[in-house]
Design a binder for this molecule. Structure first.
Ligand SMILES: NC(=O)c1ccc[n+]([C@@H]2O[C@H](COP(=O)([O-])OP(=O)(O)OC[C@H]3O[C@@H](n4cnc5c(N)ncnc54)[C@H](O)[C@@H]3O)[C@@H](O)[C@H]2O)c1
Length: 262
């Protein structure tokens, strides 16, 4: 399949290279010309084991390319992934969703055929519905851009394995079993055919909340073990032995129970 990936940072560069590794033709799009230049030469601008080899191989094979040109991207494919940043707003707890909004506002008017736009960024619930409104307001007459949500669970340091052999794939759609879901399943078909994982199809709000809830739960585990470590310090106990012991309970699990910065 042909597809684009908007935002070629940690998530997007990994996704673009790995989708090409699966046999797709991929165009990565970013506003950062310097980053695009490095990726074009097959250089990964961050440390991620295994990714440089995949990127170099796929750049040389011509299966993944990079651009800053939205018009080129709109013409290239009818399937567009979004992996731009959603950083915390300065001085607030809220996420800054302006980058994902900007992608829709710039891309939608350039589309000349119906398209599926697959959000992968981590967003507050309600963002996908708002992006659909932005798409609807900006597309040309007769063109439909369907927004779906497919949260990304990759872990830095394991990004390649997590992308090529995910634990699960979550697809949030307005119409389960509809054409947009089929397009997303098509993109992941090489994974699902060779090493199947559960695919959870749900509504947009649930898909968005799955990801933020997962992040919140993992943060809770770290915060919990740090609170316990303070009790251990006061009592002269060993938090590492404690974490090993409670982590053996499958309801608790040892992962993400490392006291420290997180
Ligand atoms: N890094 C991770 O481990 C990880 C894992 C899961 C989910 N996520 C989520 O994925 C999203 C991206 O995270 P990241 O770590 O890749 O961020 P990042 O900062 O590494 O990359 C974001 C990229 O988006 C580009 N960008 C910004 N505005 C753009 C626009 N209008 N058009 C095209 N490109 C644009 C930036 O130039 C940058 O290269 C976030 O929502 C994050 O929460 C990240």
């Amino acid at each position: 399949m042909r597809m684009t990936v908007f935002g070629t940072g940690y998530l997007g560069a990994t996704h673009a290279a790995c989708m090409a590794e699966l046999g797709h033709e991929v165009l990565g799009v970013d506003v950062d010309e310097a980053k695009v230049e490095r990726l074009r030469s097959g250089e990964v601008p961050f440390y991620e084991p295994g990714l440089p080899e995949i990127l170099r191989r796929q750049v040389e094979a011509g299966r993944v390319r990079f651009t800053t040109d939205y018009a080129e991207a709109a013409q290239f494919a009818d399937l567009h992934f979004i992996g731009v940043g959603t950083p915390q707003r300065k001085g607030e707890f809220a996420a800054d969703t302006s980058h994902v909004e900007e992608v829709l506002a710039r891309l939608a008017p350039l589309l000349t055929a119906d398209a599926v736009v697959v959000g992968k960024s981590t967003v507050p619930v309600g963002t996908a519905a708002r992006l659909q409104e932005i798409a609807d307001a900006h597309v040309r007459g007769g063109v439909r851009a369907e927004v779906v949500w497919n949260p990304e669970f990759l872990r830095e340091g394991f990004a390649v394995a997590d992308t090529l052999t995910p634990d699960r794939i979550v697809i949030g759609v307005r119409e389960p079993g509809g054409p947009a879901e089929e397009v997303v399943r098509g993109a992941y078909a090489p994974i699902l055919d060779s090493d199947p994982c559960p695919v959870i199809v749900t509504d947009l709000a649930t898909a968005e909340l799955v990801k933020v809830s997962a992040n919140a739960f993992l943060a809770t585990k770290i915060s919990f073990i740090n609170a316990v470590s303070e009790v251990c310090e006061a009592a002269g106990a060993d938090v590492t032995v404690l974490a090993d012991a409670i982590g053996m309970d499958p309801r608790i699990g040892r992962r993400f129970l490392g006291a420290g910065l997180g």
